[in-house]
Design a protein around this ligand. Structure first.
Ligand code: HEC
Ligand code: HEC
Length: 351
């Protein structure tokens, strides 16, 4: 090899090391076909006007452990807003230290998912919020108990009347769910570096991260993980090409099959939304994978039939970390004081 050709090769390599504005712009145009930035304003939700009073009430309810029969477990116990909106446990622990069957997904940006839960069984956030309150392994309460609890505290009477003006009996299980949904609509994380990139400021993502984004599109991740949340939009078998081992995909949980009873929906799950993914280990509905690079490698083999190289995995993971947005700042609410009418905490005995 001549010195000259070596030099031109080196020049070429140096040239490639920095993403040029032209290359970045091509990538940006391609990315815009798949992804959308998180809006900077609170999104609206279906059949539920998001008002300031409803948000404030929903915040109190989200943090109030008295929605559980033990008076110990709140939504925030498992969806800790200081830890990415989840509990960082393999699968959640609820009433009486019972271990639930699935990993808790984050509540952050959940408002952008087409449906809630790993199997999409709740249509929206207000339908979702009624589930955990009643689930025996979570908060183990009932609509009647929740209503009695809320009605026993004058400050809740006032807050519900403000949030649901003109209604005859504003305190109801339905309205609890609507207020929580309104609060959850505020739990969005805009201004991630990826969002800034999508808005045209391509310099905020370095070479490795841009290469990762290119791979995310080219290898096919983006065919299932697209839209605002890079996921949360559609259902696919976990193991389109190759079923992961039982250590990652336990046989007992058949996903959407339990919802639709359709045989070809066995082991079908919602493509996980990937916003803030670096904050929400462990991964998958089983919570069996703690390392994001390992999760990416598993997706390569199970969903794409591709053994991604270490270098590719590193780049894709670097890209995924640009999806961490500005976390919502939440002032811890002061909760209404109990009265003699408030139902007493029940012992956490496993029934
Ligand atoms: C004991 C832990 C626990 C408690 C308490 C709890 N959750 Fe969850 N949450 C989970 C788990 C686990 C899932 C996933 C269950 C599934 O997919 O079947 C989940 C799912 C969700 C989802 C769906 C997110 C998505 O991306 O699909 C939302 C939203 C949510 N919970 C909000 C709430 C609210 C609001 C409360 C309080 C009323 C609450 N949770 C209480 C553990 C909990
Ligand atoms: C055919 C659709 C499909 C493709 C292609 C795909 N995924 Fe997934 N992805 C899913 C599904 C479904 C899940 C949920 C799996 C489960 O049940 O836990 C998931 C989950 C994930 C998770 C875990 C999310 C969480 O909160 O635990 C990550 C990370 C992920 N995918 C990244 C990728 C990457 C990176 C690629 C490309 C290498 C990719 N995916 C390709 C469908 C897909």
């Amino acid at each position: 090899m001549t010195t000259k050709s070596l030099r031109s090769m080196l020049a070429c390599a140096v040239f490639l090391a920095v993403p040029t504005a032209a290359l970045s712009n091509d990538l940006l145009e391609e990315a815009k076909d798949y992804f959308e930035p998180i809006p900077s304003v609170v999104p609206s939700v279906k059949n539920n006007a998001v008002t300031g009073d409803k948000i404030e009430l929903g915040k109190m309810l989200f943090f109030d452990p008295r929605l559980s029969s033990s008076a110990l477990i709140s939504c925030n116990t498992c969806h800790n807003l200081g830890m990415g909106g989840d509990d960082n446990l393999e699968t959640s622990i609820g009433h009486g230290w019972q271990k639930g069957p699935r990993n808790a997904p984050t509540v952050l940006n959940a408002v952008f998912n087409i449906a809630q839960f790993w199997d999409g069984r709740a249509e929206d956030l207000k339908a979702q919020a009624k589930g955990p309150v009643q689930a025996g392994v979570e908060m183990a309460s009932s609509p009647a108990r929740v209503e009695a609890t809320l009605k026993s505290m004058p400050a809740y009477e006032v807050a519900f009347a403000k949030a649901f003006p003109g209604e005859d009996s504003p305190i109801s299980f339905d309205n609890m769910a609507k207020a929580i949904e309104a609060f959850e609509a505020t739990l969005i994380t805009p201004y991630s570096r990826f969002d800034q990139f999508l808005e045209g400021n391509t310099k905020v993502m370095n070479e490795e991260e841009q290469a990762g984004l290119q791979l995310f599109i080219d290898t096919g991740c983006a065919s299932c993980h697209a839209g605002v949340n890079l996921g949360g939009e559609g259902y696919y078998p976990f193991g389109v090409v190759e079923k992961p081992g039982a250590d990652v995909l336990p046989a007992g949980d058949k996903g959407r099959f339990a919802v639709t009873q359709t045989a070809d929906e066995e082991y079908v799950f919602r493509a996980g939304p990937l916003r803030n993914i670096e904050l929400t280990a462990p991964y998958f509905h089983s919570g069996k994978v703690w390392d994001l690079e390992q999760a990416v490698a598993i997706m390569g083999t199970s969903q794409l039939g591709e053994d991604l190289s270490d270098d590719e995995i590193k780049k894709i993971t670097a890209f995924l970390k640009t999806l961490t947005g500005e976390q919502p700042r939440v002032d811890y609410p002061i909760l209404p004081v109990e009265t003699s009418e408030t139902p007493k905490p029940e012992l956490m005995v496993v029934k």
